[in-house]
Design a protein around this ligand. Structure first.
Ligand SMILES: [Zn+2]
Length: 164
């Protein structure tokens, strides 16, 4: 091996290990923690409870295809529950048509969701999840309608609609 190449490798090794340290925590915290002891389930337990599509969204912070959910057009009176633990998250009173292709709400039921910042698309976004089981629901933006001005952009697969 020539000297130049050896030197390059010596420079690369510390850079790679720094990158590893930076990017590893992102993987570890792929889903949020459950606040309720009863809902601190293992990956295996979640896999047994959920379909692969729902697992991908709730536990791996996946996103369903736009306009793929029936709940996008759900206009009846009722409540939208977490598909992971059945906690009521949104009332149909706070639902609006955002035109984005995902069920959208201007306000969650008080205390039902918690937020964190994610950098999955490089630009920081505010991720939100069920406050009880930690299951990922969607992202919240500041371009929603009055009175809150918020747009909770939710995966339909992460919700269960319960008719009033
Ligand atoms: Zn939940």
């Amino acid at each position: 091996m020539n000297q130049f190449l050896t030197r390059r490798i010596f420079i690369l090794i510390p850079i790679m290990s720094i990158l590893k340290v930076i990017f590893k925590p992102l993987k570890v915290f792929a889903s949020s923690f459950a606040s309720d002891e009863e809902w601190k389930l293992s990956q295996e337990e979640w896999k047994n409870r959920l379909s692969p599509e729902v697992y991908y969204i709730l536990r791996e912070e996946g996103t369903e295809r736009a306009f793929s959910s029936n709940l996008n057009n759900e206009k009846r009176k009722g409540t939208f529950h977490c598909a992971g633990c059945d906690l009521p998250l949104f009332s149909s009173d706070a639902k609006f048509d955002s035109g984005t292709g995902w069920p959208s709400f201007w306000e969650p039921i008080q205390g039902s969701v918690a937020t964190k910042v994610d950098f999955k698309l490089i630009v920081p976004r505010t991720e939100y999840h069920c406050s009880r089981c930690g299951g990922h629901q969607g992202h919240v933006f500041n371009d929603g309608p009055r009175p809150t001005g918020k747009r909770y952009c939710n995966n339909g697969l992460a919700l269960k609609f319960v008719l009033e």
